[in-house]
Design a binder for this molecule. Structure first.
Ligand code: MN
Length: 340
Protein backbone atom coordinates (compact mmCIF):
# COMPACT_ATOMS: atom_id res chain seq x y z
CA UNK A 1 0.00 0.00 0.00
CA UNK A 2 2.76 2.36 0.94
CA UNK A 3 4.67 1.29 -2.13
CA UNK A 4 1.75 2.24 -4.37
CA UNK A 5 1.42 5.64 -2.80
CA UNK A 6 5.13 6.24 -2.98
CA UNK A 7 5.13 5.26 -6.65
CA UNK A 8 2.41 7.79 -7.45
CA UNK A 9 3.93 10.76 -5.70
CA UNK A 10 7.56 11.42 -4.85
CA UNK A 11 8.37 11.45 -1.12
CA UNK A 12 7.79 14.80 0.55
CA UNK A 13 10.92 16.72 1.52
CA UNK A 14 12.01 16.23 5.15
CA UNK A 15 10.84 19.70 6.19
CA UNK A 16 7.27 18.99 4.99
CA UNK A 17 7.28 15.60 6.66
CA UNK A 18 8.47 17.14 9.91
CA UNK A 19 5.70 19.74 9.73
CA UNK A 20 3.12 16.97 9.37
CA UNK A 21 4.52 15.18 12.39
CA UNK A 22 5.88 12.21 10.45
CA UNK A 23 9.18 10.60 11.38
CA UNK A 24 12.23 12.26 9.86
CA UNK A 25 14.92 10.11 11.39
CA UNK A 26 15.42 7.94 14.42
CA UNK A 27 17.03 10.71 16.46
CA UNK A 28 14.35 13.34 16.01
CA UNK A 29 12.33 12.27 19.05
CA UNK A 30 8.86 10.83 19.37
CA UNK A 31 7.31 12.31 16.25
CA UNK A 32 4.50 10.16 15.13
CA UNK A 33 2.05 10.40 12.25
CA UNK A 34 -1.54 11.31 13.22
CA UNK A 35 -2.83 8.73 10.67
CA UNK A 36 -1.23 5.95 12.71
CA UNK A 37 -3.10 6.54 15.97
CA UNK A 38 -4.54 3.39 17.52
CA UNK A 39 -7.83 3.03 19.37
CA UNK A 40 -7.70 5.08 22.57
CA UNK A 41 -4.93 7.35 21.30
CA UNK A 42 -5.45 10.99 20.47
CA UNK A 43 -3.48 14.17 20.01
CA UNK A 44 -4.69 16.83 22.45
CA UNK A 45 -5.52 20.21 21.01
CA UNK A 46 -2.59 22.39 22.01
CA UNK A 47 -3.20 25.42 24.17
CA UNK A 48 -0.29 27.68 23.37
CA UNK A 49 0.02 31.01 25.12
CA UNK A 50 -2.99 33.28 24.94
CA UNK A 51 -1.16 36.53 24.30
CA UNK A 52 -3.03 39.54 25.57
CA UNK A 53 -2.05 43.15 25.39
CA UNK A 54 0.17 44.02 28.32
CA UNK A 55 -1.77 46.56 30.35
CA UNK A 56 -2.70 47.57 33.85
CA UNK A 57 -4.09 44.60 35.74
CA UNK A 58 -7.24 46.62 36.57
CA UNK A 59 -8.06 46.65 32.84
CA UNK A 60 -7.87 42.89 32.32
CA UNK A 61 -11.39 41.55 31.67
CA UNK A 62 -10.58 38.18 33.25
CA UNK A 63 -8.00 37.20 35.82
CA UNK A 64 -4.64 36.23 34.31
CA UNK A 65 -3.99 32.48 34.20
CA UNK A 66 -0.61 31.63 35.71
CA UNK A 67 1.26 28.32 35.48
CA UNK A 68 3.58 27.71 38.42
CA UNK A 69 6.31 25.08 38.17
CA UNK A 70 9.81 24.47 39.52
CA UNK A 71 12.76 22.08 39.37
CA UNK A 72 12.91 21.11 43.05
CA UNK A 73 9.77 18.99 42.71
CA UNK A 74 6.08 19.21 43.58
CA UNK A 75 6.75 18.77 47.31
CA UNK A 76 9.10 21.76 47.56
CA UNK A 77 7.95 24.48 49.94
CA UNK A 78 9.31 27.06 47.51
CA UNK A 79 6.70 25.99 44.94
CA UNK A 80 3.86 26.45 47.42
CA UNK A 81 5.25 29.84 48.45
CA UNK A 82 5.32 30.98 44.82
CA UNK A 83 1.76 29.77 44.27
CA UNK A 84 0.54 31.63 47.35
CA UNK A 85 2.39 34.78 46.31
CA UNK A 86 0.69 34.81 42.90
CA UNK A 87 -2.85 33.79 43.93
CA UNK A 88 -3.94 37.39 44.62
CA UNK A 89 -2.94 38.24 41.01
CA UNK A 90 -4.38 35.39 38.95
CA UNK A 91 -5.72 31.85 38.69
CA UNK A 92 -2.76 29.62 39.49
CA UNK A 93 -2.26 26.13 38.07
CA UNK A 94 0.51 23.89 39.44
CA UNK A 95 2.28 21.33 37.26
CA UNK A 96 5.73 20.42 38.52
CA UNK A 97 8.22 17.53 38.42
CA UNK A 98 7.47 14.64 40.76
CA UNK A 99 11.10 14.52 42.00
CA UNK A 100 13.96 16.96 42.37
CA UNK A 101 15.17 17.88 38.88
CA UNK A 102 17.76 20.49 39.85
CA UNK A 103 20.42 21.08 37.19
CA UNK A 104 18.56 19.26 34.40
CA UNK A 105 18.56 22.52 32.43
CA UNK A 106 16.18 22.59 29.46
CA UNK A 107 16.02 18.82 29.00
CA UNK A 108 12.88 17.23 27.59
CA UNK A 109 11.81 13.58 27.76
CA UNK A 110 11.39 11.87 24.38
CA UNK A 111 12.46 8.27 24.89
CA UNK A 112 9.85 7.16 27.41
CA UNK A 113 6.23 8.05 28.23
CA UNK A 114 5.26 10.56 30.91
CA UNK A 115 2.84 9.96 33.79
CA UNK A 116 0.90 12.82 35.36
CA UNK A 117 -0.62 12.47 38.83
CA UNK A 118 -3.05 14.71 40.66
CA UNK A 119 -1.66 15.73 44.04
CA UNK A 120 -2.85 17.53 47.15
CA UNK A 121 -0.55 20.38 48.11
CA UNK A 122 0.21 21.28 51.72
CA UNK A 123 -2.44 24.03 51.63
CA UNK A 124 -5.09 21.46 50.61
CA UNK A 125 -5.33 22.64 47.00
CA UNK A 126 -4.88 20.47 43.91
CA UNK A 127 -1.70 20.31 41.88
CA UNK A 128 -0.28 17.97 39.27
CA UNK A 129 3.10 16.25 39.10
CA UNK A 130 4.89 14.66 36.15
CA UNK A 131 7.67 12.07 36.30
CA UNK A 132 9.81 14.24 34.08
CA UNK A 133 11.70 17.52 33.85
CA UNK A 134 10.57 21.11 34.40
CA UNK A 135 10.46 21.52 30.61
CA UNK A 136 8.21 18.44 30.38
CA UNK A 137 5.83 20.08 32.89
CA UNK A 138 5.63 23.32 30.89
CA UNK A 139 5.30 21.43 27.59
CA UNK A 140 2.41 19.36 28.95
CA UNK A 141 0.62 22.54 29.95
CA UNK A 142 1.18 24.30 26.64
CA UNK A 143 0.44 21.25 24.51
CA UNK A 144 -3.01 20.91 26.03
CA UNK A 145 -2.94 18.96 29.30
CA UNK A 146 -5.25 21.45 31.03
CA UNK A 147 -7.08 22.46 27.86
CA UNK A 148 -6.43 26.13 28.61
CA UNK A 149 -3.70 28.59 27.71
CA UNK A 150 -1.64 30.70 30.11
CA UNK A 151 -0.74 34.37 30.42
CA UNK A 152 2.36 33.89 32.56
CA UNK A 153 4.65 31.11 33.76
CA UNK A 154 6.49 31.42 37.08
CA UNK A 155 9.22 28.91 37.94
CA UNK A 156 10.55 28.45 41.48
CA UNK A 157 11.06 29.47 44.17
CA UNK A 158 14.30 27.53 43.83
CA UNK A 159 16.31 26.53 46.88
CA UNK A 160 19.64 28.13 46.02
CA UNK A 161 20.64 31.00 43.72
CA UNK A 162 20.85 30.71 39.93
CA UNK A 163 23.46 33.33 39.11
CA UNK A 164 25.54 33.93 36.00
CA UNK A 165 26.62 30.68 34.34
CA UNK A 166 24.28 28.72 36.63
CA UNK A 167 21.44 29.46 34.24
CA UNK A 168 22.99 27.09 31.69
CA UNK A 169 22.38 24.24 34.17
CA UNK A 170 19.25 25.50 35.88
CA UNK A 171 16.02 23.55 35.54
CA UNK A 172 14.26 26.53 37.14
CA UNK A 173 15.37 28.76 34.27
CA UNK A 174 14.86 25.89 31.76
CA UNK A 175 11.14 25.85 32.58
CA UNK A 176 10.92 29.60 31.97
CA UNK A 177 12.77 29.14 28.65
CA UNK A 178 10.24 26.53 27.57
CA UNK A 179 7.37 28.91 28.33
CA UNK A 180 9.02 31.65 26.31
CA UNK A 181 9.45 29.24 23.37
CA UNK A 182 5.68 28.68 23.54
CA UNK A 183 5.14 32.43 23.31
CA UNK A 184 4.26 32.97 26.98
CA UNK A 185 6.07 35.47 29.20
CA UNK A 186 7.89 33.85 32.09
CA UNK A 187 10.21 34.41 35.01
CA UNK A 188 12.46 32.23 37.16
CA UNK A 189 12.73 32.84 40.94
CA UNK A 190 15.58 31.60 43.10
CA UNK A 191 16.32 32.10 46.79
CA UNK A 192 19.94 32.28 47.94
CA UNK A 193 20.61 29.35 50.28
CA UNK A 194 20.35 29.99 53.97
CA UNK A 195 20.06 27.85 57.09
CA UNK A 196 16.28 28.22 57.28
CA UNK A 197 14.82 29.34 53.97
CA UNK A 198 12.57 32.29 54.74
CA UNK A 199 10.50 32.99 51.63
CA UNK A 200 8.77 36.15 52.93
CA UNK A 201 10.92 38.51 50.88
CA UNK A 202 10.92 36.20 47.85
CA UNK A 203 7.10 36.08 47.90
CA UNK A 204 6.83 39.85 47.84
CA UNK A 205 9.37 40.06 45.03
CA UNK A 206 7.56 37.35 43.03
CA UNK A 207 4.27 39.25 43.18
CA UNK A 208 6.00 42.47 42.11
CA UNK A 209 7.75 40.76 39.17
CA UNK A 210 4.51 39.06 38.05
CA UNK A 211 2.57 42.35 38.12
CA UNK A 212 5.29 44.09 36.14
CA UNK A 213 5.42 41.41 33.46
CA UNK A 214 1.63 41.24 33.11
CA UNK A 215 1.39 45.03 32.89
CA UNK A 216 4.36 45.68 30.61
CA UNK A 217 4.83 42.41 28.74
CA UNK A 218 8.06 40.78 27.55
CA UNK A 219 9.31 40.55 23.98
CA UNK A 220 9.66 37.26 22.08
CA UNK A 221 12.42 35.09 23.53
CA UNK A 222 12.78 37.24 26.66
CA UNK A 223 12.44 36.23 30.30
CA UNK A 224 13.45 37.51 33.72
CA UNK A 225 15.80 35.62 36.05
CA UNK A 226 15.23 36.75 39.64
CA UNK A 227 17.53 35.98 42.58
CA UNK A 228 16.67 36.90 46.16
CA UNK A 229 19.44 37.27 48.78
CA UNK A 230 19.12 35.44 52.08
CA UNK A 231 18.17 38.56 54.07
CA UNK A 232 14.91 39.62 55.68
CA UNK A 233 12.63 42.19 54.06
CA UNK A 234 13.93 44.73 56.62
CA UNK A 235 17.58 43.99 55.80
CA UNK A 236 17.06 44.22 52.04
CA UNK A 237 19.30 46.88 50.47
CA UNK A 238 17.20 47.19 47.30
CA UNK A 239 16.35 45.72 43.92
CA UNK A 240 18.98 45.91 41.19
CA UNK A 241 18.52 45.33 37.47
CA UNK A 242 21.60 43.35 36.54
CA UNK A 243 23.50 41.45 33.87
CA UNK A 244 24.68 37.84 34.07
CA UNK A 245 27.81 37.51 36.16
CA UNK A 246 30.64 35.03 36.01
CA UNK A 247 30.49 31.99 38.25
CA UNK A 248 33.66 30.37 39.58
CA UNK A 249 33.00 26.65 39.94
CA UNK A 250 35.10 24.66 42.37
CA UNK A 251 33.80 21.20 41.48
CA UNK A 252 35.94 18.19 42.30
CA UNK A 253 35.48 14.60 41.22
CA UNK A 254 34.95 12.31 44.20
CA UNK A 255 35.59 8.63 43.60
CA UNK A 256 34.23 5.92 45.90
CA UNK A 257 33.96 2.17 45.70
CA UNK A 258 30.65 0.33 45.56
CA UNK A 259 30.19 -2.91 47.59
CA UNK A 260 31.54 -4.90 44.63
CA UNK A 261 34.72 -2.82 44.50
CA UNK A 262 33.79 -0.92 41.34
CA UNK A 263 34.47 2.82 41.48
CA UNK A 264 31.64 5.33 41.12
CA UNK A 265 31.73 9.11 40.98
CA UNK A 266 30.08 12.16 42.52
CA UNK A 267 30.57 15.76 41.52
CA UNK A 268 31.53 17.36 44.81
CA UNK A 269 33.76 20.06 46.23
CA UNK A 270 32.97 23.47 47.68
CA UNK A 271 29.97 25.49 46.46
CA UNK A 272 30.57 27.83 43.52
CA UNK A 273 31.82 31.34 44.07
CA UNK A 274 31.72 34.19 41.54
CA UNK A 275 33.39 37.35 40.30
CA UNK A 276 31.86 40.24 42.25
CA UNK A 277 31.83 42.74 39.39
CA UNK A 278 29.46 45.65 39.95
CA UNK A 279 26.38 45.43 37.75
CA UNK A 280 26.21 41.64 37.83
CA UNK A 281 23.61 39.41 39.47
CA UNK A 282 26.31 37.85 41.68
CA UNK A 283 27.49 41.25 42.95
CA UNK A 284 23.94 42.35 43.73
CA UNK A 285 23.01 39.24 45.71
CA UNK A 286 26.23 39.13 47.77
CA UNK A 287 25.55 42.77 48.65
CA UNK A 288 22.03 42.10 49.93
CA UNK A 289 20.09 43.17 46.86
CA UNK A 290 17.53 41.33 44.75
CA UNK A 291 19.00 40.75 41.27
CA UNK A 292 16.65 40.91 38.28
CA UNK A 293 18.44 39.85 35.10
CA UNK A 294 16.76 40.04 31.69
CA UNK A 295 17.65 36.94 29.65
CA UNK A 296 17.15 36.29 25.96
CA UNK A 297 17.14 33.00 24.09
CA UNK A 298 19.05 34.47 21.15
CA UNK A 299 22.51 33.21 22.12
CA UNK A 300 24.23 34.60 19.02
CA UNK A 301 27.72 35.89 19.84
CA UNK A 302 27.55 39.10 17.81
CA UNK A 303 31.20 40.10 18.23
CA UNK A 304 32.26 36.61 17.20
CA UNK A 305 29.94 36.75 14.19
CA UNK A 306 31.83 39.82 12.99
CA UNK A 307 35.20 38.26 13.74
CA UNK A 308 34.62 34.95 11.93
CA UNK A 309 33.73 36.87 8.79
CA UNK A 310 37.48 37.43 8.47
CA UNK A 311 38.22 33.68 8.55
CA UNK A 312 38.63 31.50 5.44
CA UNK A 313 35.27 29.84 4.70
CA UNK A 314 36.09 28.45 1.22
CA UNK A 315 35.38 24.71 1.03
CA UNK A 316 38.09 22.86 -0.85
CA UNK A 317 35.64 20.92 -3.08
CA UNK A 318 37.44 18.80 -5.65
CA UNK A 319 34.84 17.51 -8.08
CA UNK A 320 31.48 19.12 -7.33
CA UNK A 321 32.68 22.64 -6.60
CA UNK A 322 30.35 25.12 -8.24
CA UNK A 323 32.17 28.35 -9.15
CA UNK A 324 28.83 30.15 -8.93
CA UNK A 325 28.36 29.13 -5.28
CA UNK A 326 31.92 30.09 -4.43
CA UNK A 327 31.39 33.54 -5.90
CA UNK A 328 28.16 34.07 -3.98
CA UNK A 329 29.88 33.01 -0.76
CA UNK A 330 32.89 35.21 -1.38
CA UNK A 331 30.51 38.07 -2.15
CA UNK A 332 28.69 37.57 1.13
CA UNK A 333 31.98 37.58 3.04
CA UNK A 334 33.23 40.69 1.24
CA UNK A 335 30.00 42.45 2.08
CA UNK A 336 30.63 41.53 5.67
CA UNK A 337 34.05 43.18 5.53
CA UNK A 338 32.57 46.37 4.11
CA UNK A 339 29.93 46.48 6.78
CA UNK A 340 32.37 46.08 9.66
MN1 MN B 1 16.51 23.38 42.13
Amino acid sequence: MNDERDAESPPAPPSTRAARGAPVDALSGGYHSPERLSAGERYLPSARATPRQARSLREWETRPRILVTNDDGIESRGLLMLKQALEPIGDVYILAPETNQSAVGHSMTFMRPLRVRERVLDDGSAGWSVDGSPTDAVSLAFLGYFGVGFDLVASGINYGANLGDDITYSGTVGAAMEAVLSGCPAFAMSQESSAEADFDLARQVAALVARNILEHGLGPGELLNVNVPSVSAEELVGIELTRMGKRVYQDQLLERLDPRGTPYYWFGGPPPSGLAEPGTDFHAVVNGRVAITPIQLDLTARRLLERIKGWDWQLDLESEGSPETDEVMAGAIDQGHEAS
